[in-house]
Design a binder for this molecule. Sequence first.
Ligand SMILES: Cc1cc2nc3c(=O)[nH]c(=O)nc-3n(C[C@H](O)[C@H](O)[C@H](O)COP(=O)(O)O)c2cc1C
Length: 449
Amino acid sequence: MGSQPSPSPRAATALAAAAEGHDLNFAGQPRGWTLAASASPSWSRAPVFVRRAAWGEGRPPPWGRESTDTDLTYPRDHEPTDPVVVVTSPPSSLHRNNLPPAQRAPFLKSRSTQQDTAAMTIATELTRRLGIRVPVVQGGMMHVGTADLASAVSNAGGLGIITALIFPTPAALRDEIRRCRTLTPNPFAVNITLLPAMVPPDYGAYAQAVIDEGVRIVETAGNSPGPVIAQLKKAGVTVLHKCTTIRHAESAVKLGVDFLSIDGFECAGHVGESDITNFILLSRARQQLKVPFIASGGFADGWGLAAALVLGACGINMGTRFMCTVEAPVHQRIKEEIVKAQETDTTLLLRRWRNTSRLYKNKVALEALKIEQESTTGEFSEIAPLVSGKRGKEVFVNGDPEYGVWTTGQVIGLIHDIPTCDVLVNRIEREAESAIKERLSLIKSDSKL
Ligand SMILES: Cc1cc2nc3c(=O)[nH]c(=O)nc-3n(C[C@H](O)[C@H](O)[C@H](O)COP(=O)(O)O)c2cc1C
């Protein structure tokens, strides 16, 4: 590690307090964080988690990232003047960007012992405009996208999204937004999905609840989003619109959306009717679209993020991967089923009614598919009991993967564990950084060949 400068007097004071389990702010007053009782008096050798160390403007905070005692070092030419705080609990509420500038600590370089990546941040138009640290979005998910998951993703540095239609009324959505605020100080969004229904929900009232509650980012999806997008844009909300074709994306651009979320044929849920996978769709988006786009469908790790960035996207959107995290409100047995499953374990349903959905390939889905393909009447009512949302929702509660139909993407084959959102998002960030660096090293100057 080379020689280290001594801690400044203020850093020394904070560390001495931390060693006793107290946390002091820059003025030496208590801040109330949970600190390691055994915080190292040697500030350059952080034993566990570093929540707020000396850290530079515009750099990713290392909070929540597990650190060994050798992977934190100050650059020699930059002696820190602010306190170093060492904590045992992972971060929940104090994202550096939410601290007043005066409380933000100066520059610290973090150096991983395994890969030289930890001090980097992937800054894209998505991170800049949404005020998030990592260009990873958790897509809206019926039955899954509650404040518990959304806040965990936002706390991890990504963009968590509450799914409006999980809540039976706009008033219930308001309560959930308020609950989310108690769980994270970071930006989060709300998904409003407009799907064909005999009696459609009052989408305008849901949008108004979002606006009134001061949520600044909304993900829209589904049919005829024009009126809702107009309502949101009038209120100054940033709109991410999810779609499965370039034609729909261009229509959304005309409606004034800020970002497009391009959902490839691999994705979970409504795949659209044109079956274009992301390899084509994302490149078409890059060639054609005049607004930034997020790659959605088929992403689970940092190699996927790196590939999406190279194809021109400004971030990724993930559904199935976030469904299989500790914080997702889904029965443990369903998460274990996802871990066991392979990329071939999904099926498409409802194509006959031009409402094609990608679902987990279980007995109920296959039974419904058989009826869809063999019915002579083509009456939707023949399969309606099998594909009912109520039955699908129950799967996530009772943990029986065969109880009803449930949504998952082909990316299910890339999911091998059930991490916390914090571990997952940090891992994706690190993997993407190292994937990009590794691939960059393939480029040699001609003179060295
Ligand atoms: C369980 C589940 C429910 C979903 N529900 C919705 C929804 O209500 N609205 C929506 O726009 N997208 C929904 N999606 C799609 C995701 O937001 C996201 O676009 C998709 O999962 C991306 O594909 P991936 O699963 O391969 O990451 C859902 C996905 C899953 C897995």
